[in-house]
Ligand binder design. Structure first.
Ligand code: MN
Length: 314
């Protein structure tokens, strides 16, 4: 008898669906639209398959070229285009979960989180469940359009996912907020805009800065973070901005901030994520191959993704 793909999922690892989002409209530095290609060139799919995962056919979300969008110097640069891309991404992410796949979204700048998290949260909301959110980043990404110094939407997604800021960006798939602040953890932070500080404190999310990691160690913080994102939720989404890592680990990103998370600390955090078996989905953002040394940042990012998907040393 021919085994259906659904049946074979039960006997091995679940299937991963890689969705590429080649976009750089959310950032002022060009080039994160090359992120999906850099990860594919470095062998992402093959390395996940070697861990025992099946892979769905990879797809990319269509993104308009900046050259065809015209100049946009508004308080939300390229909002119409980003809203369109994120709405499509939200639908695709939700569809992946609906057929039992694990979505792995490869960006693209961090504006794509508006879509990814909307899709994951929507899928679980339909089952009357909420999700946790682990946000790994050098920055807060919690600007609202009225306090953003740049108008770059990649600095705003966390605000919108919590229900602040622009109503259109906050209401992708027609609901808001996407996550409860008590299940949101921000980790790796070392560069916060003035207006963000106030919203971080008011929002009630949990933040682990680099000082916290230095003082308490990544193991203790990872354990605490896992409790927060799993508490009362279906599981959690990881939004992994490669700039959370130290620039010596990931030189290929557009907004480098010295004094970041070491390669080993990042691995440890993601190994803890895998240990929970509650990771629902993952996205990797802000990889910029045009600023990289060879393709080493993509290669190291794949190594980190593998830890999130259960690779162990032994
Ligand atoms: Mn970010």
């Amino acid at each position: 008898m021919v085994e259906t793909s659904k049946d074979s999922c039960k006997t091995s690892q679940p299937r991963i669906q890689i969705i590429g989002v080649p976009i750089d409209l959310g950032a002022s530095r060009r080039g994160t639209d090359g992120g999906p290609s850099a990860l594919r060139v470095a062998g992402l799919g093959g390395q996940l398959a070697a861990l025992g995962y099946q892979l769905a056919i990879e797809k990319d979300i269509a993104v308009p070229a900046m050259e065809s969008c015209g100049q946009d110097q508004s308080a939300m640069r390229y909002k119409p285009e980003i809203l369109q891309v994120c709405t499509e991404l939200a639908e695709q992410t939700r569809s992946a979960l609906a057929i039992g796949d694990i979505p792995l979204i490869i960006g693209g700048d961090h504006s794509i989180a508006h879509g990814t998290v909307a899709g994951v949260a929507c899928h679980y909301q339909e089952q009357k469940q909420s999700i946790g959110l682990l946000w790994f980043d050098a920055h807060g990404d919690i600007n609202t359009p009225d306090i953003s110094p740049s108008g770059n939407i990649h600095g705003m997604p966390l605000a919108h996912l919590l229900g602040y800021g622009d109503a259109d960006l906050a209401n992708i798939l027609d609901f808001s907020p996407k996550v409860r602040p008590e299940n949101v953890v921000l980790i790796g932070i070392r560069d916060i805009d003035a207006g963000e500080r106030e919203l971080i404190q008011r929002s009630g999310i949990t933040v682990y800065t680099m000082r916290d990691i230095d003082e308490r160690g990544m193991a203790a913080i990872s354990r605490e973070a896992m409790q927060i994102v799993c508490n009362g939720t279906a599981g959690f989404h990881i939004s992994f901005d490669v700039d959370g890592c130290d620039p010596s680990v990931i030189p290929g990103s557009g907004t480098l901030v010295p004094g970041g998370v070491s390669f080993r600390e990042a691995h440890l955090l993601l190994e803890y994520c895998a240990d929970t078996q509650k990771m629902l989905s993952m996205e990797v953002v802000e990889l910029n191959p045009f600023l990289d040394q060879g393709n080493i940042s993509a290669e190291r990012t794949i190594s980190l993704i593998k830890s999130a998907f259960g690779k162990r040393v032994l």
